[in-house]
Design a protein around this ligand. Structure first.
Ligand code: IPE
Ligand code: IPE
Ligand code: MG
Length: 246
């Protein structure tokens, strides 16, 4: 039996977050340049997005470029931006065909202007779609996001728009870039690295983590289904004891 047949559709995660890692090592292992790994990684993105739509995942968030990734060699950063631009432009139609809404989180203003423009256009063109929300984390870091939220709240207090007692989890969540997106139940990281790398720190307070050694360009929907089956075997206790859960 394949992993898809083992999925319990009544207990699907609503939101899956992914750290797509291992493109560089995948390419190096084949004697290719790192950028080749990023290009091949796009095929995995397409397959995973389709896989999510196939089984009914409502939110998929992909870590595509971190704030820290700006520190990579300029050629690699430039290539990543070009891949981003060409992928967005090529895939907008497919997103519409599959009823997928494109969204972006992160410091979007820090991206090259062409990237910002194409991203905005693709988001506008897919804004009416409602089967799945595909969020790209671009120039994203969770610490940046949390600091931005703290600044917004501080100025609202300063302007007397809210009082300090109004600050609670809901208010804080509403100031994050993930506003209107539920917290992920499952986070998948490929390539054997066991760390969060500044991803969704607030949102993943109770997320189940799934780590696989598969490198991102080799990751396909069957691997996604395997991760979901693994997730569904877990008991999520949220601080309670087993006997309290029904
Ligand atoms: C993930 O693959 C893609 C990005 C971070 C943009 P990497 O480029 O990090 O690949 P490795 O980890 O060096 O193999
Ligand atoms: C995390 O991967 C960021 C993305 C996948 C976009 P990295 O490969 O940059 O993470 P570290 O630096 O190894 O933790
Ligand atoms: Mg990496």
């Amino acid at each position: 039996m394949g992993f898809k047949e083992q999925i319990d559709y009544n207990r699907l995660p609503k939101h899956i977050a992914v750290i797509m890692d291992g493109n560089g090592r995948w390419a190096k292992g084949r004697g290719e340049v790192r950028v080749f790994g990023h290009e091949q990684g796009v095929l995995s993105v397409k397959d995973i997005v389709e896989g999510c739509v196939e089984i009914g995942i409502q939110y998929l968030t992909l870590y595509a470029f971190s704030t820290e990734n700006w520190n990579r060699p300029k050629e690699e950063v430039d290539a990543l931006m070009q891949i981003l631009i060409s992928t967005i432009n090529k895939e907008t139609e497919t997103l519409n065909k599959n009823n997928i809404k494109l969204n972006a989180i992160g410091n979007i203003a820090s991206l090259p202007q062409e990237c910002i423009d194409d991203l905005k256009e693709a988001m506008a063109k897919t804004a009416h779609n409602e089967k799945c929300t595909l969020t790209l984390a671009l120039s994203y870091s969770a610490k940046w996001e949390i600091l931005e939220a703290a600044k917004k709240i501080a100025s609202a207090v300063k302007d007397n728009a809210i009082s300090i007692d109004d600050i609670n989890e809901d208010l804080f969540s509403s100031k994050l870039t993930t506003v209107n997106i539920p917290d992920p139940e499952l986070m998948i990281r490929t390539s054997g690295e066991h760390r969060i790398s500044n991803y969704l720190l607030w949102q993943m307070a109770y997320t189940e983590f799934y780590f696989t050694d598969v490198l991102w360009p080799d990751f396909r929907r069957e691997d996604l289904f395997e991760a979901i089956v693994d997730y569904q075997k877990r008991e999520r206790r949220f601080g309670k004891i087993s006997e309290q859960l029904n």
